[in-house]
Design a protein around this ligand. Sequence first.
Ligand SMILES: NC(=O)c1ccc[n+]([C@@H]2O[C@H](COP(=O)([O-])OP(=O)(O)OC[C@H]3O[C@@H](n4cnc5c(N)ncnc54)[C@H](OP(=O)(O)O)[C@@H]3O)[C@@H](O)[C@H]2O)c1
Length: 230
Amino acid sequence: MTTIGILGAGQAGSTLARASVAAGYTVVIANSRNPETLTGLVRELGPLASAAYATDAAAAADVAFLGFPYSPDDLLPAEELAGKIVIDNNNYMTWRDGHFLEVDSGLKTIHELRQEQLPASKIVKAFTHVQFHARAQMRVPSDTQPALIRLARPAGAADRKALVVSSDYPEAVDFVTRFYNDLGFDAVENSPLKESWRSAPGTPMWRHHVDGQSREELIRNLQLARRLGG
Ligand SMILES: NC(=O)c1ccc[n+]([C@@H]2O[C@H](COP(=O)([O-])OP(=O)(O)OC[C@H]3O[C@@H](n4cnc5c(N)ncnc54)[C@H](OP(=O)(O)O)[C@@H]3O)[C@@H](O)[C@H]2O)c1
């Protein structure tokens, strides 16, 4: 059974934990504080989940998920994450995190900066354009569910949505493709990481982050992207 080490227990991390446990994955989840602060969440998640300090969650992970923004000052458990696939779920939000010159100039993507921060890990950008919270404008009762859960469909469903995946490591793309499938989504690859600006906030595919897009729509929207940063 694959263990997902989830670093970050906010909207993104806790929702990914719920979806992962529902799909049969084991999760070890951490925030920036201590595991006791996650007792209620772990109780709600059930026997496949446990809480740990971030370093211990990274050590326990077969695959890790980073559910917090990028900062050049991040102190990450690089040794515990070495050799592992690390899912980077961050979006380049300048209003929140400030500007990074390499990203604004198009020299690097925010995910290449994360790869430089964790050089021994296999960074893969994924889940960045699916909402981990309820739909802002409610229409039907299921809109109270986070989009990651509300939009999930079994393989082959006519209204199945697709999510993008980018990495410099084919094995990381393969894992995320299987993980997406288990969680109810098709995958569209947009590798390597230097191409991942095509799914940054503000791009054509990004505008579908509320109600999702089919595989064909996602492929077309990635092709329509014009460089904005990210
Ligand atoms: N929310 C969404 O719908 C959504 C969708 C797509 C992508 N994203 C991306 O997901 C990331 C997180 O967003 P969010 O909305 O989940 O934020 P959030 O609710 O503020 O949660 C951030 C979490 O990360 C933890 N954290 C911060 N630094 C950490 C570290 N070094 N080690 C371990 N845990 C750490 C925080 O711990 P404390 O509680 O102890 O402070 C908190 O639990 C962002 O990069 C965002 O761009 C979010």
